[in-house]
Design a protein around this ligand. Structure first.
Ligand code: NAD
Length: 247
């Protein structure tokens, strides 16, 4: 479904981003595995190795998405290596949960910087590179951006911001055949949710019609759909992938 396409997935050394990278490669894409710093170099290289060992094309590029210059370099390196960029998945994200009155300015700023400003930085340079060719942007939001969540005012604001950003860029660049969509995952089993206590997970399961947490492949499948021609008339959309939790 993604034959000869070039895809950058931010924060793809592990978790949901890694699954998207692997699924896109299986559908024929050349993959840029982005990671933010040396601590994840090995993990990023191992995703690249997996793809290369099966005959695919991939490279790892270190860039902190909060850094405007590094985001620009990420796009430039991709275009100079593979000649173009067709797909950008803005997946990099962090949490720093705390109730509003106890949340520090630094905790608020850090989450907005990665989750929202990082999306601006990467999308700005990717769209510039896509103006002549068209392209697909997939932003990973969250159901808490739709419904809010106690202890996550920074995170839910960043994820709601992504939805407004997605719809605006879809309107601005639809005429250039650039489709921009968001995915709002529910609770997905990754390092991000591994820290939650079993009792909390059991409580969550009760609120999920499908009665279980999701897995990263279930997000990757929808990200593949949105990147492919199956979604050729879909733009400005937010797709919940949450087992029915936020309906
Ligand atoms: P994760 O923590 O396993 O992976 C996030 C990745 O982003 C890591 O590899 C991390 O190093 C990278 N990253 C962090 N800051 C970065 C930066 N400044 N520049 C580049 N990369 C950076 O988390 P995950 O669960 O795989 O989450 C992926 C995305 O899905 C995030 O945007 C997250 O908010 C969103 N999401 C996750 C869940 C869930 O339940 N796991 C639910 C809803 C939304």
């Amino acid at each position: 479904m993604l034959k000869n396409q070039v895809a950058i997935i931010t924060g793809s050394a592990r978790g949901i981003g890694k699954e998207i990278a692997l699924m896109y490669y299986k559908q024929g894409a050349k993959i840029v595995v982005n990671y933010p710093g040396d601590f994840e170099k090995e993990a990023a290289e191992s995703v690249v190795e997996t793809i290369r060992s099966e005959g695919g094309e991939a490279m790892a590029v270190c860039a902190d998405v909060t850094n405007f210059k590094e985001a620009e370099e990420l796009i430039k390196t991709t275009v100079s290596t593979y000649g173009k960029i067709d797909i950008l998945v803005n997946n990099a994200g962090i949490t720093k949960d705390m109730l509003l009155t106890r949340m520090t300015e630094a905790e608020f700023d850090a989450v907005i910087n990665v989750n929202l400003k990082g999306v601006f930085n990467c999308t700005k340079f990717a769209v510039k590179a896509m103006l002549k060719t068209g392209g697909k942007i997939i932003n990973i939001s969250s159901i808490v951006g739709l419904s809010g969540n106690v202890g996550q005012c920074n995170y839910s604001a960043s994820k709601a911001g992504i939805i407004g950003f997605t719809k605006t860029i879809a309107k601005e660049y639809g005429s250039r055949n650039i489709r921009v969509n968001a995915i709002a995952p529910g609770f997905i089993q990754t390092d991000m949710t591994k820290v939650l206590k079993e009792s909390v997970k059991e409580e969550m399961n009760k609120q999920i019609p499908l009665k279980r947490l999701g897995n990263p492949e279930e997000i990757a499948k929808v990200a593949t759909f949105l990147a492919s021609d199956l979604a050729s008339y879909v733009t400005g959309e937010v797709i919940r992938v949450d087992g029915g939790m936020a309906m």
